[in-house]
Structures are given as C-alpha cells and as structure tokens.
Design a protein around this ligand. Structure first.
Ligand code: NDP
Length: 320
C-alpha cells in the first residue's frame, strides 16, 4: 500500500525526487489546481508538502480527511490554518535553523544597502552619470546608529551577532525577555522606537503581529529613522509607512516583504529612499536546497513512524 502525498506550490525537483517508490506523489501548483484535484485522490492523501505561502485554510484542508502531516517550506507558517490542524490532529512542520544565517546575511545587507544607497548608486553608474559627477554622499550610515530589533528569536539573534561585529549597539523588543540575554530589553515597542534610530523587524506574521509597526511607532522612530522589514508584510502598516516616508517622518526603508506580494504599491516603487527586494531572504540555491530537504525529511520521518524533525510548537505531535 503506497502512501499518497500532495506537493502544493511551485514544483521542486529536490522534493519530487526525494521519495522512494513506497510513496505516490500528486501535485497542485496553486489554488486552482488544488481545487481541481480529484476527490478520490484528495481522500487518500496523508501528507502535504508545501512550497508556497498561499494560504491553506480550513476550506481547502477539509478535502483531505486522512491528512496526518503538513510539512511546510520556510520558517514562517502563518499561511497554514493551525486551528484546523490542531482540531484534526494534523502535525505541522516548518524548516527553521537551516535558513537562519542566510536570512541574517540578507537583513544586514539590506540595512547597509538602504543606508549607503548601494542600489541607487549602482543605477547611477549604469546610466553613465558618474562621468558627469561623483555620486552624492549618502545621508545614512551605519556609524552612530542604534538598532532596535523587533523579534529576537533564531534569526534576530543571528542579525544581532552581525551588528556586534559591526560595532553597532543593539536593543530588542518581543513579548518575553530572552533569558540570559545581555542586550537591553524593551517591553514597550514605542518606547524602544523613541530610543533608537533603526528598527529591524524579524518576527512571525499572523494576527499577533499584524500592523505592529504603525504610525505611532514610525513617529517615535523619528526623522533619522530607518525601517528594515525581513519578517512579513503584514507586520507593517504599509499605508502608514508610505506616509511616513513621503513626509520625512522617517528617513528610509529597506523591505524584503510586502502586504500583498508580489504586488508592491506604486508609491513605494516611485520612492528613491527605499530599497525593495522580492522576498529573497533565504533565496539562495544552497539554503533553498537545505529547506527542500528538510520538508522531505520531515515527511519521511513521520511515515517511517518516527517523530517529525521540526514540528511547530502550536501542533502537538500526536502518535499516529
Ligand atoms: P523565532 O520563532 O525563533 O523568533 C520569533 C521572534 O519574534 C521571537 O523573538 C518572538 O518573541 C518574537 N515575536 C513573536 N510574536 C511577537 C509579537 N506579537 N510581538 C513582538 N515580538 C514577537 O523565528 P525565526 O527567528 O526563526 O523567524 C522569524 C520570522 O522571520 C519568521 O516567522 C518569518 O516570518 C520571518 N522570515 C522571513 C524570511 C524572508 O525571506 N524574508 C525568511 C525566514 C523567516 P516572543 O515570542 O517573546 O514575542
């Protein structure tokens, strides 16, 4: 008897080739093809490997009565309906750790690119403007800055280590003070924003962080302020950010994530004081391969009767 698995999202060779003959693989690249999956297939599916951030809500999951495990790609899992999973004793796994250093590299690179205007300067060279005059001095600099981390988990700590090496003071905000951590802690985000000039956002998405970075926080950050968001677009009130950038309430922003990806507001695209990345925090071949492999390994472990390797905390690991 073969185990039926569904791969949901863009097709990945490493995942498709990762399973032995004892598995039967089905594929749905997007919502439309998921809806078209024949009912007799959906009824047999016992595991789903997810390679996209398209939401998997109760309405879609209800089609899989035998589902035991959802192995999603990426460390964020706000696109999976955890309430449904818990209620139906479905284990959810993600791919933490293997992407931590890559995302931290991206975050620091984005911070420096935003401050020192690397992308704008690259455009300057390409249009031949250097022949006419030197690029103007950047107003921003990493020197004399203090960074407030919003989120101090695995990736937040890896970013903080890089800031230590660059001799930039770090403070942090999250809901619970991290035991043994020497960086100063702020329970109040607005108070932290007032005391720093740079915010580095690296929390999960979802309801608890929705629009955490709002007009009041940006106002507190002030006119030297720089916002870097490598978390989720939902964490920032995007219209409030656009307004703050336009009015000079803050200086600049570097964004890897947006409220409605891949749609980026025209106002942001037209601004010269922002650096915009297409959600590439972990997007290198080496790191994405490691993430793909972890999706495979979680599913294989589960169907070999072993505990999944990286279950999320919200769904207990029930025995099968
Ligand atoms: P962790 O779970 O290790 O850390 C999450 C941190 O966020 C913790 O410090 C947590 O502290 C804090 N946090 C959670 N909820 C809140 C809240 N409501 N208010 C303030 N702080 C909060 O996760 P990782 O560091 O591994 O990953 C963090 C996130 O980064 C992912 O969930 C994902 O959204 C994003 N990410 C983005 C990528 C990209 O490509 N741009 C790639 C990878 C990850 P506490 O619980 O005490 O509040």
């Amino acid at each position: 008897q073969k185990t039926d698995l569904l791969l949901f999202g863009p097709r990945k060779r490493l995942i498709e080739n990762g399973f032995s003959d004892s598995f039967r693989l089905h594929s749905a690249v997007d919502d439309t093809s998921l809806a078209q999956l024949p009912a007799e297939v959906a009824e047999r599916v016992r595991g789903i490997g997810v390679t996209s951030l398209v939401p998997l809500r109760a309405a879609q999951l209800a089609r899989f009565p035998r589902l035991e495990i959802i192995a999603t790609f990426g460390v964020g899992y706000d696109h999976i309906d955890l309430g449904y999973a818990r209620e139906h004793r479905i284990v959810v796994t993600n791919t933490p750790d293997v992407l931590t250093e890559e995302v931290a590299d991206t975050a620091l690179g984005l911070l420096i690119a935003t401050l020192r205007e690397f992308i704008q300067a690259d455009r300057y060279v390409r249009c031949g403007l250097w022949q006419t005059q030197n690029y103007p001095l950047s107003v921003g600099s990493l020197r004399d800055r203090k960074v407030g981390m919003v989120g101090m988990g695995r990736i937040g700590q890896a970013i903080a280590r890089r800031l230590d090496a660059s001799r930039v003071p770090v403070v942090y905000h999250c809901r619970n003070r991290v035991a043994g951590m020497l960086y100063p802690y702020y329970a109040d985000l607005v108070a932290m924003a007032r005391d720093v000039d740079t915010l580095m956002v690296i929390t999960p998405g979802g309801a608890s962080t929705a629009k955490l970075i709002n007009a009041e926080v940006l106002q507190a950050l002030g006119p030297r302020g720089v916002l870097i968001n490598v978390a989720r677009g939902s964490v920032v009130d995007e219209p409030a950010l656009i307004q703050a950038l336009r009015s000079g309430t803050i200086l600049a922003a570097g964004l890897d994530v947006f409220a409605d990806e891949p749609n980026v507001p025209e106002e942001l695209r037209a601004m010269s004081n922002v650096v915009l990345l297409p959600h590439i925090g972990s997007a290198s071949v080496v790191t994405r391969n490691a993430m793909d492999q972890l999706v495979v390994d979680n599913l294989k472990a589960w169907f070999a009767g072993k505990p999944p390797l990286t279950p999320v905390v919200e769904t207990p690991v029930w025995s099968r």
